[in-house]
Design a protein around this ligand. Sequence first.
Ligand SMILES: Cc1cc2nc3c(=O)[nH]c(=O)nc-3n(C[C@H](O)[C@H](O)[C@H](O)COP(=O)(O)O)c2cc1C
Length: 156
Amino acid sequence: MQQNKSLLVVFHSRSGHTASMADAVIRGAQDSAIEGVDVVVCDALTTSSNQLLDADGVILGTPENFGYMSGAMKVFFETVYYDCLERTQGLPYGIFIHAGNDGSGALSSMTRIITGLRWRQVIPPVILVGEIHPPGLDACQELGMSLAAGLESGIF
Ligand SMILES: Cc1cc2nc3c(=O)[nH]c(=O)nc-3n(C[C@H](O)[C@H](O)[C@H](O)COP(=O)(O)O)c2cc1C
């Protein structure tokens, strides 16, 4: 029997918005129509290099703080960067961001690091600004479902 694929969801949230988005991403990734994908959820502050090395795909979620990714997401990249640099090239990834009024600084700061890691963007980022409405959560659910479905089918 084929081994399950593993999808790692790494995020951090201080006041709950990014966590709401993460819940929807995870719900999508765990959709009953998708079999054979294990979803592993980690706080960005405590994710280890081995957890990333074990993953077939990763979805990263952060708020935008001071025009950048959150400090917690930066801790994640600092933790895994050199351990994973040579061993995660081509890793399919997705991003979700919550921001008060922008989000582009969080995205560009993450993209710069991910370019160095040579991961593969397989789905556009989801950026929600301000109050979260159902269509935004639907987009998050779609993000999780698409990445998991792509792993399941071997497209990614
Ligand atoms: C210290 C701090 C800095 C922030 N800087 C920005 C920013 O540069 N751009 C922006 O759009 N929102 C900014 N925000 C708003 C956060 O992105 C927003 O409150 C977000 O929902 C927080 O996510 P969380 O609820 O998951 O913690 C900032 C918030 C805090 C607390």
